[in-house]
Design a protein. Sequence first.
Length: 418
Amino acid sequence: MSNPKVNEEALTPVVARKIIETVGGQGTPPEFGFQYFTVGLDDYLRTLEDDYFRSFIREGGSSFKLVIGNYGSGKTHFLYCVRALAWKYNFIVSYVVLSPEHSPFYALEKIYKEIVANLAYPQSSEELVHGYRRGIESLISFWYSKKYNELKEKAEKLSEGSIWEGLMSYASSLSPYESTSFRNAMKEAFLSTAEKRYEDLSLVVQWLKGENPPKDILKRYGIFERIDKSTAFKMIRSLAQWIRDIGFSGIVVLFDEAEQIPSMSSKQVGLLLNNLRELIDECGHDNFKNTMWFYAVPDENFLEGRALVYEALRQRTATVFNSKLNPTGVKIYLEKIPSDSVESLKEIGRKLAKIYEVAYGVKFNYSDLEKTIEEISHAVYEKKFEVGYKRLFVQSIVKAFHVMRQTNKPVSRKDVEL
């Protein structure tokens, strides 16, 4: 079973209620708890686990996948499952929501900022429930604490000064990265943390986050480059090198994009497509090791055009991912998952019913519950060609559970206004 596992004890009434509130309200998956009602993704996740996270990416490979699914089809849920798998194999993950205002893919410097702002190391179920730590600052802090504790364990009988010397030696031994400025910034971030020079740390972190403090201040740390559209890919490659250097398997970046092409100018669309093409090409280069990229979109309309950049991108994304026949395929169609059927909706309903019972301290009559799930599943599946029918299902089934809790009777489609 490849679905990400969770600690069953973590499903407390409070956690269960958060899941039900999110699923029943917005129809979106919660950041923690999606595992409890994941259905139908086993084959896809197993292939990603066996062919990529367990082997190819950890061994120095790089890959790009285009995830395609209509609104409400489960893109975010799928990406959360991928994130949990990547954490299982000690990858750093950055989950980035792309938006026209804050993080448009045509502006690479903004994409770099979003990636570093959302970096997250593997964390426990308990940490996830209460809000996991993310961002370059938290990763630097985690890195320093881990190295300090490692040296402390090795030098229990030695003085604090010996540990200090070990920290200084380690900071100076960082590998050379493509960007010397990036390497110097990380060295300074480590040393300023060790020496509690928090003002220096803050300035260096500002630069690492792409905020570009004044040049004259940065020179003292050996930082001479700006992070802008011309250096963004170099900085992303250097970030990946640093992540490997500090003991992680690599980095997995999850881009979750809503429909935004219509709001862009033709120039912006061209830049977006060029950046995406360049990212895919980067995955074939030796200096882009231990990285995996997922770009989730609602449709393929952004590939429709006559310019050469459209054709170049269509060719690069032409192959279709199939868990058995073609795992190297680029496009992952969520709507074509084999178990995408009324039976999968019914299974989701049963799983959500268990969560609901924990959330509200109730126990449904089995026969009434099955009749309700059967009724709502078929009613929603009849709408499967409409956008967001899966989202409609989870919202409707939670509403049905509310009615059942009040009436102690099975619920029909009319009761939930389907």
